[in-house]
Design a protein around this ligand. Structure first.
Ligand SMILES: [Zn+2]
Length: 295
C-alpha cells in the first residue's frame, strides 16, 4: 500500500533511499531557490540604527560569546550587543546560526511585513492566517499581518512544483514570495507517506482524506510548511533539529552553513513540520535576525 503510494510520488526507478530523501525535502531551502543575495551584504541601512547604547565588542570576544551558546541557538547572551556589533560582524552571526538576509529590503517596514494570498481557495483554508499567528504569538509582536491585493509586501501562492526525487519541494521562499507545491498539496497520498517516513507510524485517517483525523493533520502540516517559509523571510535558514520549524533533513550548502548534515537530529521524538510548533531555537534565531536587521 505504502509502496504504491510512494510510486505515485516519485520516479519508478529510484531507490528507496532516494525516495525517502525526496519525501523529506520539506520546505525547500531558500538557497536552492536562489535567495535574494548569494553573497553577504550589509544587513540594513543606517536609517534603522537602533538607539542601543550597549558597547561594541571585538571579534574575539564575540566569537567566544557565540561559542558558549547552544548549537545554532542564539540565547539572550548574544542578542544584546550594539547595532554596530551586528553590523560589523553579521557574517559571524550568519555562519554560526545559519541565518542570512533572504528578503528584499522593502519587505519589512518598521519590522512588519504584509502578506497577501491571491488564491481565494488557499485564503479560505486559513492556513496562512494560522502561520502568521504562529510567528506573531511566538515573537510577541505583529511581524506579519494580512494585506490586500494593492497593499502587501509578501505573497503566498500555489505553484505546480516537481514531485520527482530530484528537486522536489513542499514550499519555498524567494525574495518576497512564498510558493506551496500544488502537486503535493493536492495529492492525498503525499502527507500519509511523509508522516510514515518521518515517524515510522501510520498517520491517523491515512486512507480516509475526508476524515477528521486526516484533515486535522493536513491543516497542521500545510500550516507548518507556510510557517517554515515565512521563517525564511525572517532570514532563518535550516537547522538539523527535528523540533525546529526550520528543520531540514540534510544540508550541504557549504560555506553558508555552520556545518553540513545528512540526517535529522531527533529532539523530543517530534517533528515541528507535523505539529506546526515553533521551538525556542526558532524563536531565538528570529529575535537575532531582527537585531541584525533582516526584518
Ligand atoms: Zn526551507
Amino acid at each position: 500500500m505504502i509502496q504504491a503510494e510512494l510510486e505515485t510520488l516519485t520516479l519508478g526507478d529510484e531507490t528507496m533511499h532516494q525516495i525517502k530523501r525526496s519525501l523529506l525535502l520539506i520546505g525547500l531551502t531558500a538557497v536552492l531557490a536562489a535567495p535574494f543575495v548569494s553573497t553577504p551584504t550589509n544587513p540594513t541601512s543606517a536609517v534603522t540604527v537602533a538607539a542601543k547604547t550597549t558597547k561594541s565588542v571585538n571579534r574575539q570576544t564575540l566569537a567566544k560569546a557565540i561559542k558558549q551558546t547552544p548549537d545554532l541557538n542564539p540565547t539572550s547572551s548574544v542578542r544584546h550587543f550594539s547595532f554596530r556589533t551586528y553590523y560589523s560582524y553579521f557574517t559571524l552571526f550568519n555562519k554560526n546560526y545559519n541565518v542570512q538576509r533572504m528578503s528584499k529590503p522593502t519587505v519589512f517596514k518598521h519590522h512588519q511585513a504584509t502578506v497577501y494570498v491571491p488564491s481565494a481557495e488557499l485564503r479560505e483554508t486559513g492556513y496562512v492566517t494560522a502561520a502568521i499567528k504562529n510567528w506573531n504569538v511566538a515573537l510577541g509582536t505583529k511581524v506579519f499581518r494580512i494585506g490586500t491585493a494593492t497593499n502587501h509586501t509578501i505573497t503566498v501562492n500555489m505553484k505546480d512544483g516537481p514531485t520527482s526525487a530530484d528537486g522536489s519541494w513542499d514550499g519555498y521562499y524567494q525574495t518576497n514570495k512564498v510558493y506551496v507545491n500544488a502537486n503535493f498539496y493536492n495529492n492525498a497520498n503525499y502527507l500519509p507517506a511523509v508522516y510514515t517516513d518521518l515517524t515510522g507510524d501510520k498517520m491517523a485517517g491515512a486512507s480516509s482524506p475526508n476524515s477528521a483525523a486526516y484533515q486535522h493533520q493536513y491543516k497542521r502540516y500545510w500550516t507548518a510548511v507556510i510557517t517554515h517559509e515565512l521563517g525564511h523571510s525572517l532570514g532563518l535558514d535550516h537547522t538539523p533539529y527535528s523540533n525546529d520549524i526550520m528543520a531540514s533533513e540534510f544540508e550541504s550548502a557549504g560555506s553558508d552553513f555552520k556545518y553540513t548534515w545528512n540526517d535529522y537530529k531527533i529532539v523530543d521524538n517530534s517533528f515541528a513540520i507535523l505539529t506546526g510548533k515553533l521551538s525556542t531555537r526558532d524563536i531565538n534565531r528570529a529575535k537575532l535576525t531582527k537585531s541584525i536587521g533582516y526584518w
